[in-house]
Design a protein around this ligand. Structure first.
Ligand code: 4AD
Ligand code: MG
Length: 432
C-alpha cells in the first residue's frame, strides 16, 4: 500500500492508501464518525463507519483521538464535491503515533496574546497555514521574476559595521572588541553587488529597533532589495510595478484556495495586475492632503493617516515621488527640478496598508557622497568602502526595497503584519 499526502489525493481516487495526519476536529453519531484531518499539505475529512472497521478501531476513533493527535490513517480516497478541499478518505484503519490531550487552542475564539504565546502551535491552524503557504509562494515568485529579468541573487551580511537608514534604530551587539549592528537594509552591499554583477537582488531578514507599536512594524522583517547598475529612477519604478503585478498574478494562479481561506477574493486582486500604477509627486500629495483637510505642510513625513488618505484617492498602488531631503536617506541624489528634494519614490498599497516599497536613485558622485557621509557623522572607517564604489567606475544606479510582510499583509488583508511572519518579533515579544 502506498503512503501519500493529502495533496496527492486527486491522483489516488478509488485507491486504498495510507496518510500520516493530525486530527483538527471530529464529530460522531451512532454508527459514523467524521474526522477533520490535516497533514501539512492540505486538509480533508475522514469518514469512519462502524460497519467498515473492527469494534476496537471505531471506539478508538470515538474516544482516543483528540485535537492534534497524530496517526496514520488507512482508507480509500473519494471525491467530495461539497468540500472546498475536494476529497475525503473512507477509513479502514487507524494507527496512533502521538497522543494529544487538552490541546490549548480550541476551535473557539482566542485573544491575540494567547494565540501569540502559543504561536508554535497556532501555526497549525488553518489561517496561519494559508498565510505561510502564500508567503512561501511569494518568495518563490520573487526568485522567478528576478531570474527572468536577468538579476543575480546576492546575499548581504546580517552583521554589519554600518547603518544605511539612519543610526537611531540599530540593534547593537558585541563583536569581540568592538560593536556590530544587525543589518537594517542590505542596500549598500547590494550597490557593491550591482557594480560587480549588473543587476542583483537580496532577500533576507532586516532589523529595526523602532520603538513603534503599530500594526505595520516588526523589529525583524524580510526585505527584497533589487539594485540595478546603469538604471535611473523611472526604469526602477517600471520594474517595481511589474514585480508587484507579477506577484499578484502568481498568487491568483497558484494560491486560489489559500486566498479564499484568508478571505481575499481573487476578483478583488485582479485590478492590481493592470499597469501602470499612478505616479504623483510629494508636492502633489501635500496639496491633495491639504485639500482633504489633513494638517500637513511641505517637509512633513507621512504617517499612517496620510498614507491611507492618499492611497484611497486611487484604486491601485500609487508611487509618491521626490520627497524632501530631510526625511530621506543620505545616498539619494538631489532632484534637479527642486534642490530641496531627492530623486526617490515610495509605493503605497491601496486599501489602507501603507508603504510597501521604498526606493530611489543613488547618487554616484564621489564628492556628494563623501560630503553626505561627513554630514551624517558616518566614518571613513565604516563607510570608506562605500565611497570606493564612487571612486572606481561609478555609474548611475537605482534600487528599491520591498517589505515582504507589508506586501503580504496587504494581499492577504491582515489587520496586523504579525500574522504574515512565522514568529513575529515585536516591541514586547521575543518568545516563542
Ligand atoms: O523605506 P525603507 O526603510 O528603505 C530601505 O531600507 C532602503 N534601503 C531600501 C532600498 O532602497 N534598498 O524600507 C523598505 C521597506 C518599506 O517600504 C516597508 O515595506 C518595509 O521595508 N519596512 C518594514 N516592514 C516591517 N516592519 C518595519 N519596521 C519596516 N520598516 C520598513
Ligand atoms: Mg521608507
Amino acid at each position: 500500500m502506498e503512503t501519500i499526502t493529502i495533496s496527492q489525493s486527486p491522483q489516488h481516487v478509488g485507491e486504498t492508501v495510507r496518510i500520516g495526519v493530525w486530527l483538527t476536529d471530529k464529530r460522531s453519531s451512532g454508527k459514523i464518525a467524521f474526522l477533520q484531518l490535516r497533514d501539512g499539505t492540505g486538509f480533508f475529512q475522514g469518514i469512519i463507519r462502524k460497519n467498515d472497521v473492527d469494534e476496537e478501531t471505531f471506539e478508538l476513533a470515538k474516544h482516543d483521538l483528540h485535537q492534534e493527535t497524530s496517526f496514520y490513517v488507512t482508507g480509500e480516497i473519494a471525491e467530495d464535491k461539497r468540500s472546498k478541499f475536494g476529497y475525503e478518505i473512507h477509513i479502514t484503519d487507524i494507527d496512533v503515533v502521538g497522543t494529544s490531550d487538552e490541546y490549548p487552542i480550541g476551535n473557539k475564539e482566542h485573544g491575540i496574546d494567547f494565540l501569540l504565546d502559543h504561536r508554535h502551535l497556532w501555526l497549525r491552524s488553518r489561517k496561519p497555514w494559508a498565510l505561510m503557504r502564500i508567503r512561501s509562494r511569494v518568495k518563490l515568485a520573487t526568485m522567478e521574476f528576478f531570474n527572468k529579468h536577468g538579476f543575480t541573487q546576492f546575499d548581504a551580511p546580517i552583521l554589519t559595521g554600518s547603518a544605511p537608514e539612519g543610526t537611531t534604530e540599530l540593534f547593537e551587539t558585541d563583536y569581540f572588541d568592538r560593536s556590530a549592528y544587525l543589518s537594517q537594509s542590505g542596500q549598500l552591499y547590494g550597490e557593491a553587488g550591482a557594480m560587480a554583477l549588473g543587476r542583483i537582488y537580496t532577500m533576507g531578514p532586516t532589523f529595526r529597533a523602532e520603538k513603534s507599536k503599530t500594526r505595520r512594524h516588526l523589529m525583524e522583517f524580510w526585505m527584497i532589495e533589487p539594485e540595478m547598475a546603469w538604471c535611473h529612477e523611472e526604469e526602477s519604478e517600471e520594474i517595481q510595478e511589474q514585480y508587484v503585478a507579477y506577484l499578484i498574478q502568481d498568487l491568483i494562479d497558484n494560491c486560489p484556495l489559500e486566498l479564499e481561506m484568508v478571505g481575499r477574493s481573487v476578483e478583488s486582486l485582479k485590478p492590481f495586475t493592470e499597469l501602470p500604477y499612478p505616479r504623483i509627486t510629494y508636492k502633489e500629495a501635500i496639496d491633495m492632503l491639504q485639500k482633504g483637510g489633513l494638517d500637513v505642510k511641505y517637509g512633513d513625513d507621512f504617517g499612517s493617516p496620510e498614507e491611507t488618505y492618499l492611497a484611497d484617492q486611487f484604486q491601485k498602488p500609487v508611487f509618491i515621488k521626490n520627497y524632501p531631503k530631510e526625511i530621506k536617506a543620505f545616498y539619494m541624489p538631489t532632484d534637479p527640478e527642486d534642490d530641496r528634494q531627492v530623486i526617490c519614490a515610495d509605493l503605497l498599497a491601496p486599501e489602507g496598508y501603507g508603504e510597501i516599497i521604498g526606493g530611489s536613485e543613488r547618487s554616484y558622485d564621489y564628492d556628494y557622497i563623501t560630503s553626505k557621509l561627513e554630514e551624517n557623522g558616518l566614518s571613513k572607517e565604516n563607510y570608506g568602502w562605500y565611497d570606493d564604489l564612487r571612486k572606481y567606475g561609478s555609474v548611475p544606479h537605482s534600487g528599491f526595497g520591498m517589505g515582504l510582510e507589508r506586501f503580504l499583509s496587504w494581499v492577504t488583508l491582515q489587520d496586523h503584519i504579525r500574522e504574515n511572519i512565522p514568529f513575529p518579533r515585536m516591541l514586547n515579544r521575543l518568545n516563542p
